[in-house]
Design a binder for this molecule. Sequence first.
Ligand code: HEM
Length: 249
Amino acid sequence: MGPDWPGKSNDLISWYLEIAEGEERTAPALVLRILMTNFAAIHTSSMAFTYALFELAAHPEHLLPMREEVESVVKKQGWSKAALNSMVKVDSFLRESQRLNPGATVEMTRKVVAKEGFRFTDGIIVALVYVTSRAIHYDEVNYENSTKFDGFRVAQERVEYTANHDPSQDIFKRQMITTAVDHLPFGNGRQACPGRFFAATELKAMLAHLVVNYDIKAEVEGVRPPDAMVSLRITPSPSGKLCFRKRMD
Ligand code: HEM
């Protein structure tokens, strides 16, 4: 039948089967790969959304502008992938939430393969490198008022950018999916998270649905439930509570 045939599945198991060879093409090896992908995909996305809800409840002034944006975009483009791309405020809000809430104090573990290790300019030699993503995200050199949550930090910038550039020629470099040395929620470089396009689509769709259908309130006004630390990892409070109600108007 060759590599393509009518009705061929287009899913994760099929993609793995297509490239796996030798001992990688056995059921245990494929199951481990799928479990590993689930591990990379699920807790990260749920944590990112929980953080976004905590930030929204603590900074409720962001809700109505996002509601207006989503309603206006959906009116023109329906609930589509293209519509999600046009939700500039929703994208900016999630990006800011990820900036202030990376999943760990350090990310991007890299094993040095050179036998002599990696030598920093001060002479220190290491075999393993981590990047201090949280410190970078909170650095005033990189972000003005860096500790302040400003959900629309890049939204206006993007509107202005888009108005002045041909969208087919250039892309705004500070979207939720864009990685950079000063924005590392998805890592950076060759090993940057390959699931980030999927994650951004699902998180934006969920947040857009939420802001048009629900009102949200913090349990204690303006207070964001405190994070929990697990070794080098930081997680949203497992006991934090928020109040939701179906939108009344
Ligand atoms: C908000 C959600 C997510 C966050 C914050 C996140 C974050 C990350 C980070 C920080 C890395 C390490 C990047 C580096 O070392 O430079 C990574 C790698 C990875 N992520 Fe995600 N991720 C998310 C969602 C997903 C999803 C939905 C999938 C799959 C559908 C996924 C699959 C992977 C895989 C396979 C890797 C390893 C890439 C490699 O080593 O080549 N991630 N992710």
